[in-house]
Design a protein around this ligand. Structure first.
Ligand code: ACM
Length: 661
């Protein structure tokens, strides 16, 4: 008997009885009847090419499966793949250094008896193993993987996460757990932002003062860098280092003031923003230094690409230094932009000499540069399209800035080939390599960074991997929650740190009422926070705004209740919020950290009270007095605004209730 696959049409995804919680959604998937039970007899067998990386992947896979199910599955792979529960068939070895565009495709067939994962290269096997883990769910009788037939490959070859480790230091453990998370959602480039005004984070043996004077002792040794690179390679992830020059370079200049455009007493920058210290593009010393430095780093980081930053050069020092103005006149460079382009051309030659392709933020775009550079677009999609038209490869990061605190639904809809890129020719579109999620570290520490990255990054990972037609937001959110839970098994702390940060405030009192409040708050974004407080690198990030999550799931679900006017549930939530303020009194009395939030809690209570009154009017079919209505509208408009750098996420839903009266 042949089994007729149930083809999954994207438009009907939401209607399927057993939709697998896959993220990113595969290029092609057919759901089959039945499930493959997962128990202690589970065995993996290899047929075809094998190497250390594949065996390590299998080992991690079994360990993860054991954690996910709680079943201790012994690790004893079978040489006889016919006996295996999951047969892995890889055709050939991968590249010695993972290449951009290296084949990541795979095929996964799961039936009630057996699963088979096949791929041309090891990367496809790595991706397919992650898919398999996502197929495993508890059922009525056992854990099982849904039966499917999947043929999968990425839409874009460059799918990255950028992490700033300069403004706030991120220890190796943070980096590793996030790389593990990247692998789970099939991202393949870790962009390591290693230097900025606020810190220089890698050991240089050639120029040791960089880490000695530029890092407060917080830097990665070369041994640690090699370890992280190996960790990423095991997971099919390239590591692209960024050393941001010629601006954003205070921390270098502290150590080697000879690099600066102007004489001065330099210090590691402690504040956020764009600063004056800039490397001197007119002196040969600068290029000799960078030649030696880039040569050293080119050996340490095996990836073919090398990011030189190039963003936000404010040019003040260039405009005010006599010798620089003279140099510009002699070299017929009419403005700072041309001087910056001159610098980039010199650096590009150095990067190329050391065997690398240069990458930079979109400010480096200049038609005089060779076409093999890569432009990372952050100021808008326009520069990505412009780069592609000029013959340059590019990546989209504009729209993927996690510190802008957009909900997953917004991030999810940002597409590298839309807006200005939509009108590109097919040839130009092929130059759009993909995108990178950006995690800048002004307002994150090792404690809360995971909660800013996850789970939202998984939604962007889907945008970059899956066919462009995959864009059902409800389906995305449903799957995102499950994926988010699974990330816990990798040691990510986006759930656990929320709890521990709230417990820090509660000082032994029950944390639940604080959680009720925090669950409906979200933080202001980078700009809003910078405008509100004078932050420095030493400002503790231990306030409620640092604990709350970038997107309120509770508020999102409440909005859905309001949309379908589920009155009993709406009333239950509103009652909880109204009464929560009283329950918070003991905690408020105990923790100085929460003093500023007393009013936020009162406001939530008042917002909920208004919602309940609105419900009463609706229930009684009465119109409220005009004065009441006007007063509540004013209150809600105010409640919608930022306070203590926080937003109350349910206010728009209450406004909707009131507007309907
Ligand atoms: C950037 O956000 N300055 C690249």
């Amino acid at each position: 008997m042949t089994i007729k696959p149930l083809m999954v049409l994207l438009s009907t995804v939401a209607l399927l009885p057993a939709q697998p919680n896959l993220m990113p959604w595969p290029a092609k998937i057919a759901l089959m009847p039945g499930r493959l039970p997962i128990d202690q007899s589970f065995r993996v067998g290899f047929s075809g090419y094998q190497d250390q990386r594949l065996r390590a992947a299998e080992y991690r896979f079994i360990a993860h499966l054991s954690m996910q199910t709680g079943i201790p599955i012994p690790h004893s792979s079978t040489g006889d793949s016919a006996q295996a529960t999951l047969e892995i068939q890889c055709e050939h070895a991968g590249e010695p250094v993972q290449k951009l565009g290296e084949d990541e495709s795979y095929r996964l067939d799961v039936s009630e008896k057996h699963a088979r994962l096949s791929a041309p290269g090891p990367l496809g096997i790595l991706r397919g193993l992650e898919t398999f883990l996502q197929l495993v769910e508890p059922g009525a009788q056992n854990f099982a993987a849904l039966a499917v037939s999947i043929e999968d490959k990425p839409r874009f070859p460059w799918r990255g996460l950028h992490l700033d480790v300069s403004r706030h230091w991120m220890p190796v453990a943070v980096v590793k757990r996030n790389i593990a998370g990247m692998a789970a959602v099939k991202l393949n480039v870790f962009h390591w932002h290693l230097s900025d005004d606020q810190g220089f984070r890698v050991e240089s043996k050639r120029y040791p003062k960089l880490q000695q004077m530029g890092s407060d002792g917080q830097y990665y040794t070369q041994e640690e860098v090699r370890d992280v690179v190996a960790f990423a390679r095991e997971r099919g992830i390239r590591v692209v280092p960024e050393f941001d020059i010629p601006g954003h370079s205070s921390s270098w200049i502290v150590a080697y003031p000879e690099l600066a455009s102007a004489a001065g007493d330099y210090e590691i920058e402690r504040k956020w923003g764009v600063f004056d210290p800039t490397m001197d593009p007119t002196r040969e010393y600068t290029y000799e230094f960078l030649d030696n430095f880039i040569g050293e780093m080119a050996e340490l980081f095996p990836d073919r690409f090398f990011h030189i930053g190039g963003d936000e050069v404010n040019g003040k020092q260039w405009k005010s230094e006599r010798h620089i103005l003279d140099f510009m006149r002699e070299h017929k460079l009419k403005d700072n932009q041309e001087l910056h382009a001159y610098f980039n051309k010199r650096i590009q030659a150095i990067v190329t000499k050391h065997g690398k392709r240069m990458e930079g933020w979109d400010e480096i775009l200049n038609p005089d540069l060779p076409k093999d550079i890569v432009i990372q677009s952050w100021r808008g999609q326009k520069s990505l399209a412009e780069a592609a038209r000029l013959g340059y490869s590019g990546l989209l990061s504009s729209g993927y800035y996690l510190d802008h605190i957009e909900p997953a639904a917004v991030l999810y809809m940002v597409d590298p080939l839309e807006k200005e890129s939509a009108s590109l020719t097919a040839e130009e579109k092929a130059r759009v390599l993909g995108g990178e999620v950006c995690m800048w570290a002004e307002y994150v520490t090792a404690e809360n960074v995971d909660s800013r990255i996850w789970p939202r990054t998984a939604a962007i990972a889907e945008r970059l991997w899956s066919p462009s037609e995959v864009r059902d937001i409800a389906s995305m959110y449903r799957r995102l929650e499950v994926v988010s839970q699974n990330l816990d098994y990798l040691g990510l702390t986006h759930h656990s740190s929320y709890r521990t940060m709230l417990e820090r405030f509660s000082a032994g009192e029950p944390v639940e009422p604080l959680k009720v409040l925090a669950d409906v708050l979200y933080p202001g974004n980078l700009g809003q926070r910078t405008r509100t407080h004078k932050y420095t690198q030493q400002t503790p990030l231990n306030r409620l705004v640092d604990a709350v999550r970038p997107e309120s799931r509770t508020a999102r679900e409440f909005a859905a209740l309001v949309d379908r006017m589920d009155k009993p549930q709406i009333r239950a939530w509103l009652t909880l919020w109204r009464d929560n303020d009283a329950k918070l009194k003991p905690i408020f009395g105990k923790s100085f950290l929460l003093t500023e939030d007393v009013q936020v809690s009162k406001d939530l209570s008042q917002v909920a009270t208004i919602g309940l009154e609105a419900l009463d009017y609706i229930d009684h079919g009465k119109r409220p007095p005009a004065a009441w209505l006007a007063q509540q509208k004013v209150f809600l408009e105010n409640a919608r605004k930022i306070r203590q750098e926080l937003f109350i996420a349910i206010v728009p839903s209450i406004q909707k209730l009131v507007a309907g009266l």
